[in-house]
Design a protein around this ligand. Structure first.
Ligand SMILES: NC(=O)c1ccc[n+]([C@@H]2O[C@H](COP(=O)([O-])OP(=O)(O)OC[C@H]3O[C@@H](n4cnc5c(N)ncnc54)[C@H](OP(=O)(O)O)[C@@H]3O)[C@@H](O)[C@H]2O)c1
Length: 342
């Protein structure tokens, strides 16, 4: 069987090591992809530190991928060898990003639009999915703002808040609100990102260097043109969640990246997001998402994160994750290039 390089997390709370592993053939409904880019995400260092989601070790992580279609399984239509594609990985070795080849269910794969490259494409899947599932998908998975991507659904005149607007997920939440037609989109982020966040749809940026999290709701109420029915918490800690709850009306919703987030009462609902389309409950919405996402990117309605390409192929991932864990990444996505592994 032909072999490839992979990055194994060798055991629970263990180390990342480059190793050889077989290149798998796609089963029915799957394609195999030669990976050209894989993005790093906070979940990758959190799994290493805390050991969750993974059942079998050694484990391959990586949930944001882009590359070329290598082989096509039975029953797959609409893809040809060599097509440039992007998709979201899952927490099993067959479907993960930190390797040179992976398998993927074809219905959760999109073709990379011509206006972006592999690294930019790899910056989109997890962040966009976490924003879209939390805001668009039907209850209880999301806030139900547009579960079918109906282009006539618009929220013109309404206001929304994104805490952590410059985080990868936050950038996509801003863009989802913009695409839904929200008139006032308030982002809470470092002031240095103001121009960029306005370029992707924020109408106002509250500088977190000047306004403490405890004052956000008060500031939001001064800015908002209409009372907020929905807020997105891209940070997921308790203070950010409280700021979201304090900013919205009774009966409003907070979509929160913390999967453990709970309601606080007052008739306000928290949506604890599971931002992965492979999870069975998300699968139906995931198919709709992947049907729509490539065109949204092609049309410029969704733009990728700004990216930094890492050196040393798969071996460079460990250092990137350490930088991420140390909060040294701001407003960018780190991208590994698996084919550059020696
Ligand atoms: N539930 C899910 O399925 C799911 C999926 C994806 C991610 N997540 C979680 O969502 C969170 C964000 O992920 P990500 O990939 O978007 O992270 P990221 O891009 O690495 O986030 C980094 C950004 O966070 C911002 N930040 C940090 N603390 C902040 C605070 N207190 N208030 C406002 N902004 C703050 C920083 O903003 P400034 O540069 O502006 O200071 C920095 O740019 C992580 O906790 C991740 O684990 C959950």
């Amino acid at each position: 069987m032909p072999e490839q390089k992979v990055l194994f997390l060798d055991k629970p709370k263990g180390s990342f090591v480059v190793a050889n592993a077989p290149i798998l053939k796609p089963g029915p409904g799957q394609i195999s992809i030669k990976l050209k880019a894989a993005a790093l995400n906070p979940v990758d260092w959190k799994i290493q530190d805390y050991d969750f989601f993974i059942k079998d070790y050694p484990a391959i992580l990586g949930t944001d991928l882009a590359g070329d279609v290598e082989e096509i399984g039975d029953g797959v239509e609409g893809f040809s060898k060599g097509d440039k594609v992007f998709c979201q990985g899952y927490f099993v070795n067959d479907l993960a990003g930190f390797q040179q080849y992976t398998l993927m269910p074809a219905d959760l794969v999109g073709k990379i639009p011509s206006n972006i490259d592999y690294a930019q494409a790899a910056s989109i899947p997890l962040g966009y999915s976490t924003a879209a599932i939390g805001l668009l998908a039907a209850h209880p998975l999301g806030a139900g703002l547009n579960p079918t991507y109906d282009p006539t659904v618009k929220y013109t005149g309404e206001s929304a808040l994104v805490i952590g607007g410059s985080a990868s997920v936050g950038q996509f939440a801003i863009q989802v609100f913009k695409h839904l037609g929200y008139s006032t989109i308030i982002a809470y982020a470092s002031g240095r990102h103001t121009d960029f966040l306005k370029s992707i749809g924020a109408t106002h940026v509250i500088d977190r260097g000047e306004t403490p999290i405890g004052k956000v709701a008060e500031t939001v109420k001064k800015i908002a043109t209409t009372p907020l029915k929905v807020a997105y918490n891209a940070i997921g800690d308790a203070d950010s969640r409280t700021a979201c709850f304090d900013s919205i009306v009774e009966g409003g919703q907070v979509a929160d990246v913390n999967p453990e987030a709970k309601d606080v009462g007052n008739g306000k609902t928290v949506i604890a997001i599971m931002g992965n389309s492979h999870v069975p409950v998300n699968r139906e919405f995931g198919r709709i998402l992947w049907k729509n996402l490539p065109k949204l990117v092609q049309d410029g309605a969704i733009v990728p994160n700004r990216v930094e390409k890492l050196p040393n192929g798969l071996a460079g991932i460990n250092e990137g994750l350490q930088r991420m864990k140390a909060n040294k990444i701001s407003g960018e996505k780190l991208i590994a290039l698996p084919q550059e592994t020696v």
